[in-house]
Design a protein around this ligand. Structure first.
Ligand code: PHE
Length: 349
């Protein structure tokens, strides 16, 4: 039976249901996969399948009948296809059917596993070294008051660092801490000496985002306060740290200035990226600054309620991302903050 040149909806419906019934029977009765394939070609094949005739007829059917005829066509096509899938699955499993065995030589799908960030790894390694020396971990808030961030740390009023240019203010005298040093003050207020703490955490500055600066970065603060503590302890402890962390790398102290320490010193390690020859990461100097340090200023001890006649102390603040650059041979600090897993998965453990 063939369709007239311009079929009515009734013609179309009648004939497509008849064809569907035959097709479903052929598929359902197919005794094996070869017969099933023959049924598929006969009804759904691209070249001579019987569905093609009904597809072509859609073009010739009266306009107002077209949507309904199109729906019929789609329904029948879906019925035939799912009957085919069902029959194929049944025959495949049955006695005469053939299921290809799993290909055991196929490469496995890679598994994604979580891992710690390289800066976190460095922080943990640093904390482990100081833990051996009796330091414990202290934490403080990232949203701080101006007093903890600056005032108690002996910044003179109107110090340029307090300027909007460097500091991200939340409210009048509430800000995102620009360093971890406020944890010194909070710790001294809560605990009586002897004190030995390490305070890792994030800090914020309105810095430009360039190869060695980020607007948010991690710092690790260290503080040691007791009777009779001197600069010798500072230098010996930080020297010990550099040897433990970097191995035989050379380290040096340079005089520096911070309002909250006196005297103050910065510690550099020989740049591992160029072995001291000078490169872009160390700005050609051959040295990489990794921390600021100094003897806690008596004014800081007094602001926190500690007797500065009886106690002395030293403190440092270091940048674990800078240290991670050295450890992992990374020349641009931004890759640590980009969250690009292609980079991170090379280092993460
Ligand atoms: N807080 C200083 C900074 O952010 C570092 C520092 C900490 C210096 C402790 C001395 C003592 O640069």
């Amino acid at each position: 039976m063939t369709l007239p040149d311009h079929p009515s909806l009734d013609d179309y419906r009648g004939q497509i249901s008849e064809m569907a019934a035959q097709g479903l029977a052929a598929i359902g009765d197919a005794p094996d996969l070869d017969a099933l394939e023959a049924a598929r070609v006969a009804y759904l094949g691209d070249r001579r399948g019987r569905m093609l005739e009904f597809q072509r007829a859609l073009g010739a059917i009266a306009r107002d009948a077209k949507p309904e005829a199109g729906r019929l066509f789609n329904t029948v096509k879906r019925q035939l296809e799912s009957a085919l899938d069902e029959r194929r699955a049944r025959l495949g499993r049955g006695a005469g059917g053939y299921t290809p065995p799993a290909d055991l030589t196929m490469p496995a799908r890679p598994q994604w596993t979580g891992a710690r960030h390289p800066v976190t790894l460095v922080i943990e390694e640093i904390a482990a070294i100081f833990r051996e020396l009796g330091f414990t971990i202290a934490l403080g808030p990232e949203v701080e008051t101006e007093w903890y961030n600056f005032g108690a740390l002996n910044f003179p009023a109107n110090h340029p660092a307090m300027d909007l240019h460097d500091t991200l203010y939340v409210q009048d005298d509430v800000l995102l801490r620009t360093h971890t040093s406020p944890v010194q003050v909070r710790t001294l207020q809560r605990f009586a000496p002897p004190i030995r703490i390490l305070a890792p955490g994030n800090v914020y500055r309105r810095d430009f985002f360039d190869a060695s600066h980020a607007p948010m970065f991690a710092q690790i603060e260290g503080l040691c306060v007791d009777e009779g503590v001197s600069f010798v302890d500072l230098k010996a402890t930080l020297g010990h740290f550099a040897r433990r962390f970097f191995g035989s790398t050379r380290a040096r102290f340079r005089p520096s200035y911070f309002p909250f320490t006196e005297p103050s010193a910065e510690m550099d390690v020989e740049c591992r990226l160029c072995r001291g020859a000078g490169c872009a990461a160390c700005k050609g100097t051959g040295w990489m600054e990794i921390l600021g340090s100094g003897m806690v200023h008596p004014a800081v001890l007094e602001a926190a309620g500690v007797d500065s006649e009886k106690y002395t102390g030293w403190a440092f603040g270091m940048g674990p991302a800078r240290i991670a650059m050295q450890r992992y041979g990374v020349t641009d600090i931004r890759v640590f903050y980009d969250s690009d897993v292609r980079f991170l998965e090379q280092i993460a453990e």
